[in-house]
Design a protein around this ligand. Structure first.
Ligand code: Q46
Ligand code: ZN
Length: 300
């Protein structure tokens, strides 16, 4: 197979685009997909200070690399979740990337800095691990951005992630979530802007990006993900994509274009009813936010 761009020998095929690429043209293709996403959704403005949520996995490291290449002012934040060896190793990959490139990586460690870890938080709050984890990540990334003067938090959610979340939300018709499932959420109400610049790239592409760009990443999956419904949705969509390349893209971008506007008013109304958490000041529906309640119980 030949590279679509330079006609040299291809090293990777992207079936969704019905195209092959050589190494350099593939890296260029990934950067272009991200640049276009940022532009189309108006994600970043010149001068924005961007904080990227770095897990040490392929997606967040690829995103960090691409945003740096595109000339954005971006620092990393690594959140230690206290999930045994997995967290230590993930942190090492994030640190190694930053050190090798002179990039700035801020580290927050849940056990040391906040007095609990995700396995404990999940148990005491009787929440699934990924639910306790997601809640903590959203809270702490926003907090770190606000405290340190960042304008935007960028996360490495890719097309496979967003299509799988959409699939789950549609299966249950979770209209409140559907109204907020956007690649960019504007700042307001104590939250900084949140962006997902990788939504045009699949996870096979972000993995290939890292390999071809010489970025070492945590290949191991998080041990707490087992049994997560999200993985089942991904498998189902992979089977469909295999039969019909481009299905995930059509599903997700079709939703953004045609269906998402139907759900945004409901989500916006919910945002209006938020008040400040009595403990941390984060906007919340109750008196104390879900994160502060979880943290308090987990520390006991
Ligand atoms: S880290 Fe956390 Fe993920 Fe592990 S506990 Fe689940 S959400 S799977 S991205
Ligand atoms: Zn709070």
């Amino acid at each position: 197979m030949k590279c679509r761009r330079c006609r040299g020998p291809a090293v990777i095929e992207v079936r969704r685009h019905n195209a092959g690429f050589c190494r350099d043209c593939f890296l260029h293709h990934c950067r272009e997909q991200v640049r276009k996403t940022i532009e189309d959704f108006d994600m970043l403005q010149p001068g924005d200070r961007v904080l990227i949520a770095v897990s040490g996995g392929k997606d967040s490291l690829a995103l960090w690399d691409i945003l740096r290449d595109l000339g954005h002012d971006v620092d990393g934040l690594y959140l230690g979740l206290g999930i045994d060896d997995y967290s230590d190793e993930s942190g090492n990959y994030a640190r190694a990337y930053a050190d090798a490139r002179g990039a700035k990586l801020v580290k927050v460690d849940l056990p040391t800095d906040l007095g609990f870890d995700i396995p404990t938080g999940s148990r005491v709050a009787r929440r699934a691990p990924c639910s306790a984890c997601g809640l903590s990540k959203r809270h702490l990334f926003n907090q770190a951005a606000v405290d340190n003067g960042y304008d935007v938090v960028a996360t490495g959610h890719n097309l496979d992630d967003e299509a799988a979340v959409l699939f789950g939300n549609v299966l249950r018709w979770s209209t409140d979530y559907l109204g907020r499932q956007l690649p960019v959420l504007p700042a307001g109400n104590g939250f900084v802007r949140k962006v997902k610049p990788l939504v045009r790239l699949g996870e096979r592409e972000t993995a290939a990006y890292c390999v071809l760009a010489g970025i070492d990443y945590q290949v191991e999956e998080c041990p707490m993900a087992a049994g997560n419904r999200h993985l089942g949705y991904k498998d189902a969509l992979n089977a469909i994509e295999d039969q019909s390349p481009g299905s995930k893209h059509a599903f997700y971008f079709g939703f953004l274009e045609k269906a998402s506007p139907l759900f945004t008013p409901e989500a916006a109304r919910e945002q209006e009813n938020l008040q400040r958490c009595a403990q941390c000041g984060t906007p919340t529906t109750g008196e104390v936010c879900a994160f502060c309640r979880l943290a308090e119980r987990a520390r006991r």
